[in-house]
Ligand binder design. Structure first.
Ligand code: IPE
Ligand code: IPE
Ligand code: MG
Length: 238
């Protein structure tokens, strides 16, 4: 059994990124529509984000809707696009109580006016909070984010370096991803945090996101704490 105390006495990842995957399969296994999986997944986001903030994690990025997810059946896309409202109505209170600052990454030009306004409202209302940053990635793709960043720099006078491009990304001043967790059984990145996860430790877990518990998060962090992060150097190499 993974103990919280053992995890918190060792250095924690500053930035954890999670691919919220496996909602559909979780639902199918229970004879429920895929949308039931998305709903349960959204509830779980509240629980795990609050727990991560209590652990002392600085930033948690979550992949909620990719630039590729528009290819899904219209009814599923429509349902997923109602999630931000659910997020605001049902979960904002818990984030406020935990002093969690909410920001969004991803494109804003393909969302409805209601959702664009909602995202702005949630960011504005939480901007002075001092606790964990919850970065919700919506209509997000790592490639798209890099292309948009380059576009904003097209009139840049100086030569572009990594710091300049990094700061122009949606994640701007956020630290690089230390630990990337993908529940749901797939072992791929699916266009998430391509730049920010350059040296992230990867943890893939079979459990689908709606069943991902506090214990799974502790397990992933404990796994991270055992890794030897060399960043291309020789530290700890035999
Ligand atoms: C993740 O769960 C949610 C989104 C991608 C929006 P999926 O909907 O991908 O669930 P699976 O992978 O089909 O089980
Ligand atoms: C990745 O999951 C995107 C999100 C969780 C938002 P997908 O289910 O879309 O990824 P693939 O299709 O399995 O690569
Ligand atoms: Mg999936």
């Amino acid at each position: 059994m993974m103990r919280r105390k053992n995890v918190t006495k060792r250095p924690l990842p500053k930035h954890i990124a999670i691919v919220l995957d496996g909602n559909g399969r979780w639902a199918k296994k229970r004879g429920l529509p895929r949308t039931a999986g998305h709903q349960r997944g959204a509830q779980n986001l509240e629980r795990i984000a609050v727990f991560a903030s209590q652990l002392g994690i600085g930033v948690m990025s979550v992949y909620a809707f990719s630039t590729e997810n528009w290819q899904r059946p219209q009814a599923e896309v429509d349902y997923l696009m109602k999630m931000p409202k659910l997020f605001e109505d049902e979960y904002e209170e818990a984030f406020r109580a935990s002093d969690i600052k909410v920001v969004f990454s991803g494109r804003r030009d393909r969302l409805s006016k209601e959702n664009i306004d909602l995202l702005k409202r949630v960011e504005e209302e939480s901007k002075d909070r001092q606790g964990m940053v919850l970065n919700v990635c919506l209509d997000y793709g790592g490639r798209d984010e890099i292309v948009r960043a380059i576009d904003t720099l097209k009139n840049h006078e100086e030569p572009i370096d990594e710091a300049t491009l990094g700061a122009a990304l949606d994640t701007g001043a956020l630290p690089p991803v230390d630990l990337l967790i993908r529940p749901g059984g797939e072992q791929r990145i699916s266009n998430f945090m391509l730049w920010q996860a350059a040296y992230a430790e990867l943890v893939f877990m079979k459990t689908p996101w709606p069943a991902f518990s506090k214990r799974h998060l502790l397990k992933a962090v404990a796994n991270y704490q055992k890794r030897n992060r060399r960043f291309g150097g020789l530290k700890g190499r035999a």
